[in-house]
Design a protein around this ligand. Structure first.
Ligand SMILES: C[S@@+](CC[C@H](N)C(=O)[O-])C[C@H]1O[C@@H](n2cnc3c(N)ncnc32)[C@H](O)[C@@H]1O
Length: 278
């Protein structure tokens, strides 16, 4: 099984269309996960933080509140609409600096490195997840803290499966094949995620399980699609087809008895090696 995902570019582009509803879904999903990530990363007043794949700021905003006016949060995302949305949300937080950039091209903010490097539900989008995560870890200062959130197991997957079925039913096309398995499918349980983080050279590795479930009433069930990367499945469809997909998707959820969606995350954290004594 490969370290790389083959659909990375199109997945990342899928977030462009989702930016406005991303913030609405954030109240139910991205926000609480971002808060949990920041509670683990624990940025302190005056510290420098990198928030990679920041989206509309679920973890970047609470980190900026914690570091205060004497600190800095560099929030980096490849999606221009996401960054625009974040700039509007964070206008009152000058310590939060937004950057529209592929994180693999970020210069690291310069020496001595960040006190904290964090990424909420971002590392599995990196074209090479292992190399990309090592690149993020390398941007933390010696003895710095890193924290990454990933989905546990097949969290969220049930919504994507029923959406694919609905799109196929409405368009008369084939159901989109499942994406090819890659590294994330091997490390999406606490123990293997911890081992994988340990192999990245971190110490004090810990993986916290952040249990979460979304009640799939019709409005929230559809917001899960509109405000997430799932939305890219609707990208080529005219409005009337999107309305039909919505109806079919909600019926499928009903038929399958899906009234709750697992949205559990794993929050892995660790410390980078201290600088050698001079
Ligand atoms: C699931 S969202 C999570 C956003 C945010 N961290 C949160 O928890 O709400 C993933 C984000 O990763 C961004 N992304 C994906 N690949 C990226 C890359 N190579 N560089 C920067 N951002 C990327 C997407 O644009 C999207 O905003």
């Amino acid at each position: 099984m490969s370290d790389t995902r083959e659909d990375g570019d199109s997945i990342a582009r899928g977030f462009d269309a989702a930016a406005a509803e991303f913030t609405s879904l954030g109240e139910h999903l991205w926000g609480p996960i971002g808060e949990a990530l920041v509670a683990v990363a624990s940025p302190q007043p005056g510290e420098r933080v990198l928030d990679a794949c920041c989206g509309t700021g679920a973890s970047a905003v609470p980190a900026a509140q914690r570091v205060g006016p004497d600190g800095v949060v560099d929030a980096v995302d490849v999606s221009a609409p996401m960054i625009t949305e974040l700039r509007a949300r964070a206008a009152h937080l000058p310590q939060l600096r937004t950057h529209r950039l592929d994180i693999t091209a970020w210069d690291g903010g310069g020496p001595p490195g960040y006190d904290v490097v964090q990424s909420g539900l971002g590392i599995f989008f990196l074209p090479d997840m292992t190399a990309g995560t090592e690149g993020l870890i390398a941007m933390a200062r010696p003895g710095g803290r890193v924290a990454f959130a990933i989905w546990r197991g097949d969290a969220m997957a049930a919504a994507g499966r029923q959406l694919n079925r609905a799109v196929a039913a409405v368009t008369g096309g084939e159901e989109a094949p499942p994406r090819k398995p890659y590294l994330i499918d091997r490390i999406n349980q606490p123990e293997c995620f911890a081992q994988w983080l340990g192999r990245r050279g971190l110490s004090d590795v810990n993986v916290a399980v952040n249990e979460r479930s979304l009640t799939m009433d019709p409005d929230l069930a559809w917001l899960v699609i509109l405000g997430s990367g799932f939305r890219r499945a609707l990208a080529q469809l005219p409005d009337d087809a999107v309305a039909s997909v919505r109806e079919r998707y909600l019926s499928l959820l009903d038929e399958e008895g899906i009234d709750a969606l697992d949205a559990t995350t794993l929050i892995g954290s660790g410390t980078t090696p201290a600088a050698p004594n001079p």
